[in-house]
Design a protein around this ligand. Structure first.
Ligand code: GN1
Ligand code: MG
Length: 342
């Protein structure tokens, strides 16, 4: 069924003799590597339940591509390719697709196992925001409203507890207490975004290591997966880098004893990110580097447990308590992170 659907997409791009393989590690969208007579491509299907306006993603990327072309033409930026009808976004059966040219001799990583990788990736996300520091930000669409709005995520968590429409509440009492104990992070978030020295900037909002292309020597080349590119604050990208790079195991790990904060990775992230962007940001933004980590790790635990209490309506799951495990994992990471930065 999916293959048939993809056939019509392949056809719309005019690709012949297509071989495709699944690449995704994300929870929301799906990605394939394509080999065809016409070349090698990356094909992505956008989850339109999450992104209600996929055309906004396309608009944003188009505006940014044009701006970069004018101001920093040497900056490597991957723009979707047009199909035979000259469309970069193809809607088929209520699903949205787009394709990128595959840049040869590049690789992506799924885990950080060396500080150099963390530094390179952090530097790439920082340079993305830096080359767009004077971009007229109000022109960008908000592709996901309130995406990293921690106060709202907290309200959703409280509502899920109140509604209690599953028999799952009893499974997460201790976790819920621990999350409530950390509620002061919500106030710190509010103080951050209302501070005049925290500026709205063009942020990526999904900075996991697999969203960086590396060359064969391990040098970071560019950022990819631009669906969540929209106005935001530095804490978002810094925080999600910290959240997803510092531990040797990911949010999927069930054995919480394997979660760790690797100090050498922490320093590498700071060097890579701040080293790249320091001349373009405020002292306030720099000083709140680690708060970003607390906000994003905390928010992720809230989002996973909220989804668990709502019967897994948002994140995919592979086993019944999957979202509970993810939430517990992130809560442990938060605790270890707080110990590491104090
Ligand atoms: C989702 O699909 P993926 O993995 O790129 C989510 C992120 C979460 C992440 C947790 C649009 O991203 O915010 O941090 O899962 N993206 C959206 O794994 O909700
Ligand atoms: Mg993504």
């Amino acid at each position: 069924m999916i293959t048939n659907q993809l056939d019509s997409i392949f056809n719309s791009f005019g690709w012949t003799n297509v071989q495709h393989s699944s690449l995704t590690s994300g929870l929301i969208n799906h990605t394939w590597k394509i080999k065809a007579d016409q070349g090698e491509f990356i094909l992505q299907r956008i989850n339109t339940q999450v992104f209600n306006h996929p055309e906004w993603i396309d608009d944003n990327i188009g505006m940014i591509a044009q701006y970069l072309q004018q101001h920093t033409p040497h900056y490597l930026f991957t723009t979707p390719v047009a199909n035979r009808n000259n469309l970069r976004l193809i809607i088929d059966n209520e699903l949205a697709y787009r394709a990128f040219i595959f840049i040869p001799d590049t690789i992506t990583l799924t885990v950080v196992d060396h500080p150099i990788q963390a530094k390179e990736a952090a530097a790439q996300f920082a340079s993305f925001t830096k080359v767009l520091i004077h971009f007229p930000i109000d022109q960008l669409h908000i592709t996901l409203p309130n995406f990293h709005q921690l106060d709202l995520r907290y309200q959703q968590f409280e509502k899920a507890i109140q509604n209690n429409n599953t028999d799952r509440l009893g499974h997460c009492k201790t976790l819920i207490e621990s999350l409530k104990d950390n509620v002061s992070i919500v106030q710190q978030f509010k103080d951050y975004i209302s501070n005049p020295d925290a500026h709205k900037r063009v942020m990526h909002h999904d900075t996991k290591i697999s969203n960086i292309l590396f060359d064969s020597k391990g040098k970071g080349l560019c950022v990819i997966d631009l669906d969540t590119v929209m106005p935001g604050y530095l804490f978002s990208d810094i925080g999600d880098i910290l959240r997803t790079y510092i531990s040797p195991v990911s949010e999927e790990e069930k054995n919480l004893d394997k979660i760790e904060v690797r100090k050498e990775i922490l320093s590498a992230i700071y060097e890579g990110y701040i080293g790249t962007i320091k001349d373009s940001i405020t002292a306030f933004e720099m000083d709140h580097f680690y708060l970003g980590g607390e906000i994003l790790i905390y928010m992720q635990s809230l989002r996973f447990i909220t989804d668990y209490l709502q019967n897994d309506i948002y994140y995919g799951k592979k086993y019944p308590d999957h979202n509970l495990v993810r939430a517990l994992n992130q809560d442990r990471l938060l605790q270890l992170f707080q110990e590491a930065i104090r």
